[in-house]
Design a protein around this ligand. Structure first.
Ligand SMILES: [Cu+2]
Length: 93
């Protein structure tokens, strides 16, 4: 991963609970947490300054994951609220 931007970034990976989707996680993060979290931390890299480059290798179990950046930007919103979030599925073998 390489931060080619002008702001600090991070990439957090979370494994979604069975039956949960990316939108469930976004909704969970949009207000005060209530109920069980729809995803659990699974790795990532925090505090990447502009120009930083990191190689990260993760041995992930099959399932659905969320990647996001939760750094708060100049607008006051966290980067994932501006779209710096994506879902990915690791297929089973
Ligand atoms: Cu970011």
């Amino acid at each position: 991963m390489r931060n080619t931007g002008t702001e600090r970034h991070e990439i957090l990976l979370l494994k979604l609970a069975p039956g949960k989707a990316l939108q469930d996680y976004i909704q969970y993060r949009s207000g005060p947490p209530s109920g069980p979290a729809p995803a659990q931390p699974a790795g990532g890299v925090t505090d990447m300054s502009p120009g930083a480059e990191v190689n990260l290798s993760l041995d992930l179990a099959a399932g659905d994951y969320v990647f996001l950046c939760a750094v708060r930007g100049a607008s006051g919103k966290r980067h994932y609220e501006d779209g710096m979030v994506a879902g990915v599925t690791i297929p089973g073998s």
